[in-house]
Every structure is written in structure tokens, then in C-alpha cells.
Design a protein around this ligand. Structure first.
Ligand code: NAD
Ligand code: APR
Length: 242
């Protein structure tokens, strides 16, 4: 990379989609206030009561039709496109299972906790796009097994996706930026320390100091829809001057 073509690694969490109208997990009125993780977000829960688990994720999938990307998603997409034109990059790794980064224009988003609009066959591991409801009657399009389709979501106790690629992207990044995440769930919560250990500058953009805020070199606190576009414009301005 050169000064004009840096590689920026962005880790996003539920906070970036909050102003679009998607509930976060741990804020007041967050999803984990009204649902028990053990009832809806573990492999055991799915084995015990697949109807309940499907209902939880079907509602969340359907709710995506009522929401739109906000200025934070769109600003990241613009910055990504400008950096790519210069030979740099903005790599987006998200813990979010929504599709708002993509709908805001971002490319090649890494969904480390899976995607609501994908299904996974727990019999043969085939994955497919899924816009509508899943049920215990859903059929796997590859192996035709019935009743083993699950949402393609990384549940508690499961290993997040694409960790090797994420670690490689972290290693080549010139800056690490964490947006809208509480820093409560590992391994994502540990990325800031991995970046620091490699001497990479770290920035937190979050409503309030996260659990890991002391690990960041710098922080800006406020709503993502306001502070992310400001940061992205400043970044572009600095690149244009360099
Ligand atoms: P945890 O911190 O206890 O475990 C994380 C998992 O990742 C472990 O299985 C661990 O072995 C593995 N892991 C850690 N570092 C790794 C690395 N470098 N490479 C590969 N694998 C590594 O977290 P948890 O409570 O077991 O949660 C597991 C995941 O499920 C979390 O990422 C969580 O966010 C996700 N989850 C998602 C939802 C959802 O609705 N989207 C709900 C619940 C949990
Ligand atoms: N702008 C910026 N930050 C915000 C906003 C906003 N408008 N609203 C909330 N936040 C911040 C909160 O202050 C909080 O620190 O976003 C963070 C959201 O934290 P969590 O609800 O814990 O969400 P997240 O960090 O994405 O959760 C991680 O936990 O259960 C799992 O798999 C699930 O991917 C999720 C993981």
C-alpha cells in the first residue's frame, strides 16, 4: 500500500444497523432482553424446538423487508469504492446477519456470523439463498433431505465463518476500525488486540465506549449514522490531499 491507497479493515456490529430500525442484542430493549440465547440461538435449542427457532429467525428475516441501509452503510460503501479505485481497499467484516451493507452498495462483505437470507442443510452442509420462511418441512435442494434445513447463522458454541481469511485481512490492514459493536462476543471482540499486536492503528466508532474501548488508540462516540459519514469524508479528504 501507499499513503494514498491504504487498506482499512472495518469490523461492524449491530449498532451500525440500529438507526435502520434493527434491534441490537445488548442495548436496552435489545434482542437478548426479550429472548433467551439458550432458547433460540444454540444448536441444542434447534434440536429441542426447531419450530420456535425457525419462528424467531423467520420474523427477523421478514423484518429485513421493512428496513433500509442508513448513511453509515452508504458512507462505508462510498469509501470502499474510492479506495479500490486508488488500489487500496476497505474490507468489511460484519457480525451482522442482515444485508444492509450490501444494499448500501458495499462489495465482498464477510459475514462471520452468517446471513439471515441464507439457509444451511445440517445433513449435507449445502447452503442456498432463502428469502422466505424456513420450516421443519423445508427441503434441501441438494440432498433433498426434509427437516434438516436451518438458518445459516453461527450460533453460540459454533465457530464463526472465514476466520483464516479474516486473520489474513487483519494482517495486511493499515488501520482497524470497529463500528457499532459492544465487544462482548469473541473472537470478534479480540480483533482489536490482534491489530494492536501488529502495530496497526485502531479506531472505535460507537454510541458509547465499548467493553474493549481501552484497547483502541482513538475513539469517537455517537450515532453511527452521523459519525461514520463524517469519518469517511475526512478520510477521503485526507487521501485527496496526500
Ligand atoms: P465463544 O467466544 O465462546 O466461542 C467462539 C467460538 O469460536 C468457539 O467455538 C471457538 O472455538 C471459536 N474460535 C475462537 N477463536 C477462533 C479462531 N481464531 N478461529 C476459529 N475459531 C475460533 O462464543 P460463543 O458464545 O460460543 O459464540 C459463538 C458465535 O456464535 C459467536 O460468534 C456469536 O456471535 C455467534 N452467535 C450468533 C448469533 C446470532 O444470532 N447471529 C447468536 C448467538 C451466537
Ligand atoms: N450508532 C452507533 N453505535 C450504536 C448505535 C448507533 N446508532 N446504537 C447502538 N450502538 C452500539 C451500542 O452502544 C453497543 O455498544 O452498538 C453496540 C451493539 O452491541 P451488541 O448489541 O452487543 O451487538 P454486537 O456487538 O453486534 O453483538 C455481537 O453477539 O449475540 C451475538 O451474534 C450476535 O453478532 C452478534 C454478536
Amino acid at each position: 500500500m501507499t499513503v494514498q491507497s491504504p487498506i482499512i479493515f472495518v469490523l461492524s456490529g449491530a449498532g451500525i444497523s440500529a438507526e435502520s430500525g434493527i434491534k441490537t442484542f445488548r442495548d436496552n430493549d435489545g434482542l437478548w432482553e426479550t429472548h433467551r440465547v439458550e432458547d433460540v440461538a444454540t444448536p441444542d435449542a434447534f434440536a429441542r424446538d426447531p419450530v420456535l427457532v425457525h419462528r424467531f429467525y423467520n420474523l427477523r428475516r421478514a423484518a429485513l423487508s421493512d428496513v433500509k441501509p442508513n448513511p453509515a452503510h452508504r458512507a462505508l460503501a462510498r469509501l470502499q469504492s474510492s479506495l479500490r479505485e486508488r488500489g487500496g481497499d476497505l474490507v468489511i467484516v460484519t457480525q451482522n446477519v442482515d444485508d444492509l451493507h450490501e444494499r448500501g452498495g458495499a462489495r465482498d462483505v464477510i459475514h462471520m456470523h452468517g446471513e439471515l437470507k441464507r439457509a444451511l442443510c445440517s445433513a449435507c452442509n449445502f447452503r442456498w439463498d432463502c428469502e422466505g420462511d424456513l420450516s421443519i418441512e423445508s427441503l434441501c435442494p441438494a440432498c433433498t433431505t426434509v427437516s434438516r434445513a436451518r438458518p445459516d447463522i453461527v450460533w453460540f458454541g459454533e465457530i464463526p465463518y472465514q476466520m483464516d481469511r479474516i486473520e489474513a485481512e487483519l494482517a495486511r490492514a493499515d488501520q482497524f476500525v470497529s463500528i457499532g459493536t459492544s465487544g462482548a462476543v469473541y473472537p470478534a471482540a479480540g480483533f482489536v488486540q490482534m491489530a494492536r499486536s501488529m502495530g496497526t492503528p485502531t479506531l472505535e466508532l460507537n454510541m458509547e465506549p465499548s467493553l474493549g474501548s481501552t484497547y483502541f488508540d482513538t475513539a469517537r462516540h455517537g450515532p453511527a449514522g452521523t459519525i461514520v459519514p463524517i469519518w469517511a469524508e475526512e478520510k477521503l479528504g485526507a487521501l485527496n490531499k496526500a
